[in-house]
Design a protein around this ligand. Structure first.
Ligand SMILES: [Zn+2]
Length: 368
């Protein structure tokens, strides 16, 4: 047998080793990328949900309702978020949501970002570009500041008509929220775009109960804003469970934003009991998304708030347990500047205090 001398054939062996090495890298990369590509994100926003209302709800659920602590305790970890906008220390929901959606701080009342004549992509656009499905579930109109920041651009959050028109071309797969009145002139256009459009909580409830399938869905739960929690016929948890069952059909994953929109409104009105009710709706939703993540670890669940609202303090020094009668003080009828608490479940490691724009970075790094 002929002897092969390595020294003599050194250039050949170098080329061979390099080829084998390159092949291994390509295979490893393709395996890594294909698993990467199936990642999903569930972003839950508690509008106006500062730490005091989380505290109040945590005690309310365990000491008054005797249902144990809130589902916040089931997350992997938490972090603080600086909430300021570009022009003010106290943000509004438009600038707050834009920071989460685009990673850019804008002035209060502005939703989305326009640069060089075109809208800069939101995290939802980026998910779409990666072949993922997208969805929004809210308890306000679909054109309200928080949802709007994920699919539209407007100098003014109150320009409902311009924002509504942008939803039609956003290519979103599922949107559930109020605002049928605003979208009424565009229903035909939505249907032409392939959406099943329904109006009314009862109709949605029927769809959810019968687990009805659809290609793309826009469901309006109210003409304007949906009513408060106690008057809503279908809770965030049921809606989200239904939406997850549809979005998760996409093997490339999905991006879903769910907002407990009205915690903020009762913060403005300084109504503790209504705030606790809205927190209960959110807590039940958390149970759904945590269970989903347990079964689908390739999903990142983030819970954040855009800002605190009302400046609630819990001051009852005589109470030995929490109840709706617990003495509290609200120091404002608007948002306040405190950092908010964010919670995560999934494979990320956020720093202890981050800017609201970095919430976008966490999501972008996760799915890019
Ligand atoms: Zn507000």
């Amino acid at each position: 047998m002929k002897n092969i001398s390595i020294t003599k054939n050194l250039p050949f062996f170098i080329v061979l080793m390099f080829s084998i090495f390159s092949f291994v890298i390509v295979v490893a990369k393709s395996i890594f990328n294909s698993s990467d590509n199936s990642k999903s994100i569930i972003l839950v926003i508690g509008d106006g949900m500062g730490l005091p209302i989380i505290t109040a709800y945590d005690y309310y659920k365990s000491e008054y309702k005797n249902h144990g602590y809130s589902n916040f305790s089931k997350f992997d970890g938490s972090f603080l978020v600086r909430t300021r906008s570009e022009d003010y220390v106290i943000t509004d929901s438009a600038a707050g949501a834009t920071a989460f959606a685009t990673g850019i701080r804008v002035q209060n009342y502005q939703v989305g970002v326009m640069k060089n004549g075109s809208r800069i992509p939101t995290i939802m656009d980026i998910a779409k570009n990666h072949g993922k499905s997208t969805g929004i579930v809210v308890e306000c109109t679909l054109t309200h500041a928080t949802p709007a920041a994920f699919y539209s651009f407007s100098k003014s959050r109150s320009d409902d008509d311009a924002i509504a028109r942008q939803l039609i071309y956003s290519n979103i797969d599922i949107a559930i929220g109020g605002g049928f009145g605003i979208f009424q002139p565009y229903i035909r256009e939505l249907e032409r775009k392939g959406y099943k459009v329904i109006y009314g909580e009862e109709k949605l409830d029927k769809m959810v109960r019968s687990n009805e399938d659809f290609e793309k869905l826009i469901a309006f739960t109210a003409k304007k804003h949906p009513p408060k929690y106690k008057e809503r016929k279908i809770d965030l948890a049921s809606k989200t469970k239904y939406v997850l069952s549809r979005l998760s059909k996409n093997r490339k994953g999905f991006f879903l934003m769910v907002e407990a929109s009205q915690i903020d409104w009762y913060g403005h009105e300084n109504k503790l009991m209504e705030q606790l009710d809205e927190m209960e709706d959110l807590d039940k939703l958390l149970d759904v998304v945590i269970s989903y993540q347990n079964l689908n670890p390739n999903t990142l669940v983030l819970v954040v708030s855009d800002h605190d609202c009302g400046g609630l303090t819990l001051i009852d020094k005589k109470a030995n347990r929490f109840s709706p009668e617990f003495k509290v003080n609200y120091s404002s009828d608007y948002h306040t500047a405190e950092h908010i608490v964010g919670f995560y479940k999934g494979f990320i490691k956020p720093k202890p205090i981050i800017d609201n724009t970095e919430v976008y970075n966490l999501m972008y790094e996760y799915i890019r």
